[in-house]
Ligand binder design. Structure first.
Ligand code: DGY
Length: 340
């Protein structure tokens, strides 16, 4: 009997879990697969990742692991890469499709949590929460003053959202119906009138949004087309009293141009959860006081991170055991037949 168990184990597909994840999720995946799990959370180089993947069919990864043509060429047994993230700019999806490798992401489960955080960051930024907390902790508070850390209002202000997918819409609902804001949005595709009404949001061109908004929130996916959507020219169109919040991806904002605009008072403040080249942060951003910086945590509530991990695991289990993956990114791969 022991021999047949051994036999079964050898027959099971191998997968790699590239980063530390909930132990329960590792245990669940180990019921189906021969698992190599990086529970020490070592930061593997691309060649270490490729080495771990040798002979293995599945990759459970986060947005920090790059899946490109070089990795795919080095790992011919790979059949599926399941991202524990809704954003998938770490995937070269064309190269994956060309090699018949399925990509999956984790949409939906993080929408409300991420929208909550967008507001947390907006409010911390506009109301100068972090600057004032630092002031108090460092013993500088000796008396109340009428203008001490006076910021700008959220309620009744104009919120401009760039990127109106699920998360953008959830932010719009909070702004319009929770805070009584006038909500403008810009998106590649205009939403239908019912969806606009359900979000309390009005479509405008990007330059109009930048010029009219008191607070601009970025929620669009990163791509070559959205690289530096906000640079010096766009910052110059914003009100000098405006705040900018980026919870989308690093690279959508030109961080150097933003640091200069903040230093020179060309906009009032910024809240950033994502950075060009993260976890490195542009050194000038670290020097300006009117910016709130958080380490890519917009989806980081415990239940939501667990739901993201479960969805990535669902995709791996379904695809590698002959079922239908839940959230495929390149479903054309599915039409080519079951994985070997
Ligand atoms: C996402 O899901 O894309 C978040 O940014 C976490 O990577």
């Amino acid at each position: 009997m022991a021999g047949s168990v051994q036999q079964d184990r050898r027959a099971r597909p191998g997968i790699v879990i590239a980063r530390a994840v909930f132990p329960e999720v590792v245990e669940r995946l180990a019921q189906h697969f021969d698992v190599l799990a990086n529970q020490q959370d070592a930061l593997w180089t691309p060649s270490q990742l490729a080495q771990a993947l040798q002979g293995r069919a599945g990759l459970f990864c986060t947005a920090s692991e790059r899946v490109d043509a070089d990795l795919l060429q080095a790992c011919p047994a790979l059949r599926i890469c399941a991202n524990m993230a809704v954003g998938f700019n770490n995937f070269d999806l064309d190269a994956m499709t060309a090699r018949g490798v399925l990509g999956t992401n984790a949409p939906g489960v993080l929408t409300e949590t991420t929208a909550d955080f967008g507001f947390a960051l907006l409010m911390a930024t506009a109301r100068r929460v972090c600057e004032s907390e630092h002031y108090l902790r460092s013993g500088q508070w000796t008396r109340w003053r009428y203008d001490m850390f006076a910021g700008s209002d959220i309620h009744g202000a104009t919120l401009g959202i760039i990127g109106m997918g699920r998360i953008g819409q959830a932010i719009a609902r909070r702004g319009a119906f929770g805070f009584g804001m006038r909500v403008l949005y810009h998106n590649r595709t205009r939403l239908g009138p019912e969806v606009e009404a359900a979000c309390g949001a009005r479509y405008v061109e990007r330059d109009a949004l930048l010029a009219q908004s008191d607070h601009v929130m970025l929620v669009l996916p990163y791509s070559a087309q959205s690289h530096h959507t906000i640079g010096a020219a766009e910052l110059a169109r914003m009100k000098p009293t405006a705040t900018l919040v980026n919870i989308a991806r690093g690279g959508i904002v030109d961080d150097g141009a933003l640091a200069r605009a903040l230093r020179e008072g060309r906009i009032a403040a910024a809240g950033l959860d994502v950075f060009e080249g993260e976890p490195q942060v542009h050194p000038e951003l670290l020097q300006v006081p009117n910016v709130v910086l958080t380490p890519h945590i917009a989806s980081a509530s415990v239940p939501t991170r667990r739901a993201m991990a479960d969805l990535a695991a669902d995709n791996l289990v379904a695809y590698l055991t002959g079922g239908t993956p839940v959230t495929p990114l390149n479903p054309i791969v599915l039409s080519r037949g079951a994985p070997a």
